[in-house]
Design a binder for this molecule. Sequence first.
Ligand SMILES: *Cc1c(COP(=O)(O)O)cnc(C)c1O
Length: 393
Amino acid sequence: MSSITLRPAGVPGRYGSYGGRYVPESLIPACEAVAEAFSQAWADPGFRGSLAALLSAHVGRPTPLTPAVRLSTELGVTVLLKREDLTHTGSHKINNVLGQALLARRMGRTRLIAETGAGMHGVATATAGALLGLPVKVFMGERDVERQAHNVFRMRLLGAEVVPVTTGSRTLKDATSEAMRHWVTDVDEAYYCVGSVIGPHPYPMMVREFQRVIGDEARRQCAAELPAATPDYVVACVGGGSNAAGTFAGFVETSAKLVGVEAEGGSGATNGEIGVLHGFQSLFLQDEHGQIKEAHSIAAGLDYPGVGPEHAYLRDLGRARYVTASDGEAIAAAVRLARSEGVLPAIESAHALAWVVRAAGTPELPRGSTVLVTLSGRGDKDITTLIAEAELA
Ligand SMILES: *Cc1c(COP(=O)(O)O)cnc(C)c1O
């Protein structure tokens, strides 16, 4: 495949052979401006303080660490849930978006653009835009606009403009391409708010840094909760990989085993090959000609054919493992958690739990282990799907 030979010299933001910045010439200065602004902001206690204040007053951080008591007894492993489902707007996306929206304002940008699949990143961006007084334009595949009408209404109520994308498979991959095309045309005024640890440098690194609040909090909470201080396993679902990257960042220097769980039909890290899309080199599902394959998952947030470059690198290093869960396993795990703990997770998050349910008591996850599972979001958006799929209707 020709993309293997693409290797820009001297480009920062490489993770082994992954990452980089494969964008049109006209976007290079824009990416450089974001990288420069982020590194200054992240070193500035004033910026960090403003973000921490918003995360506390607006988002509800820190989120709790909840022992899943009945499920733990049933499975023979101690399961602790990191509750991103309890954040304002209902998923971890808001952690990253508030960071980027504050950065956009600091850079003097006057509007935000974003791509969205299920609509959670669009809703989070619309929320941040409303909060900070920045107009928001959200690109969304036409099929997703139909499938996720409720989130489209939420974005419009928050004052955002939703732009349906009619090219290609009319889903997240095409929405991302369209958002990047639009950025080229409005590069001096618009800030492109990317929703996961994907895209050209500095996005994968910057989004991980904005999401590491999940892992940093969980590390402290585990130290207070567990006799061994650190869990044996740290598990999170992986779409582009931002909730997992943020969670792993808190534990990568410990002895915890890191496990990323992909959707069977969106398994870039498990089954992908090296390639370039959306401005970065990583692992993508491809056909024999190197064409990117469409992802298919019941969880719209996991419907991405690739994975962030840092995950590809962690996989190659053997520091993290990537596995898959099927649609059916995720549905079953979501209903099981609802009934054993009174917590209804997003179907995305239920993939992480599904692996724990499958592996508990096997050599993969021995009895008596302690497991931290990040619940990336709440299941309210998935109620119709869950009822239909779990045959409870
Ligand atoms: C978007 C989303 C995901 C997948 O995105 P990552 O970048 O892999 O975290 C997972 N869970 C929920 C609830 C989401 O909204």
